[in-house]
Design a protein around this ligand. Structure first.
Ligand code: HEM
Length: 189
């Protein structure tokens, strides 16, 4: 009985696995974005950009699957004594993560679908000779605004990551793990 109650209060293995998989891909993707963003045009930059598109589309697919999983399997309840402001902050930051995990790849995909690549092809290259369809029928005037929104969402991502890590550390060390213990590998309290 006690064990079942504790399990109910924790994210299950699928949710925790998807959480850490997406977190790793997101950090790798930010690193790849910084790297190719600073490179001269040429074959080396194209390869890094192929990695950027590949990892980004992977994040999009997994994040949509994760959102579906979350809707079908609601997250564990917050500890009963969680103050209202913390409930609102947690809800907003988790919502914000879904916005960036889906919005970043979508704005990047839209930027490529309205850029030079779209003049000669209806697919974009990924790594290993793979390709992915461009979004058809979009006006070219969307290209620059979408690049701008992509860069803005990158900044929102930095802010959310800092907020999320600070909150997790506060929950672990100041609130004695009541909330952080909901997510593996934080110890259950
Ligand atoms: C979660 C997924 C993604 C993250 C975290 C991400 C992150 C980044 C970062 C950090 C940069 C460099 C920004 C800068 O130098 O200021 C960048 C640039 C860029 N990304 Fe992404 N990206 C993602 C998905 C995608 C996808 C799926 C595509 C295309 C299919 C894409 C296309 C681009 C383009 C075209 C640029 C250059 C924008 C410019 O030159 O202004 N991104 N991205």
């Amino acid at each position: 009985m006690i064990t079942r109650f504790a399990e109910k209060d924790r994210y299950n293995a699928v949710a925790a696995g998807l959480h850490w998989l997406i977190a790793s891909l997101l950090f790798a993707e930010i690193y790849v974005g910084w790297t190719f963003g600073d490179m001269e045009r040429g074959a080396a930059r194209d390869l890094w950009f192929d990695w950027h598109k590949t990892v980004g589309i992977t994040i999009l697919v997994i994040s949509v699957a994760r959102l579906g999983w979350r809707i079908a399997n609601p997250p564990p309840p917050l500890p009963a004594r969680t103050p209202p402001w913390e409930r609102v902050a947690a809800g907003l930051s988790h919502f914000g993560f879904y916005v960036i995990l889906i919005g970043l790849p979508l704005t990047g995909w839209t930027a490529v679908s309205t850029g030079r690549a779209a003049l000669t092809s209806d697919v974009m290259s990924l790594i290993n000779g793979l390709s992915w369809p461009l979004i058809p029928g979009l006006p070219r005037t969307l290209h620059e605004p979408m690049e701008g929104v992509h860069e803005l969402l990158v900044k929102v991502t930095y802010a959310l990551i800092i907020l999320h890590v600070v909150a997790a550390l506060k929950h672990q060390f100041m609130d004695k793990g009541r909330m952080a213990g909901r997510m593996w590998p934080f110890p259950r309290r």
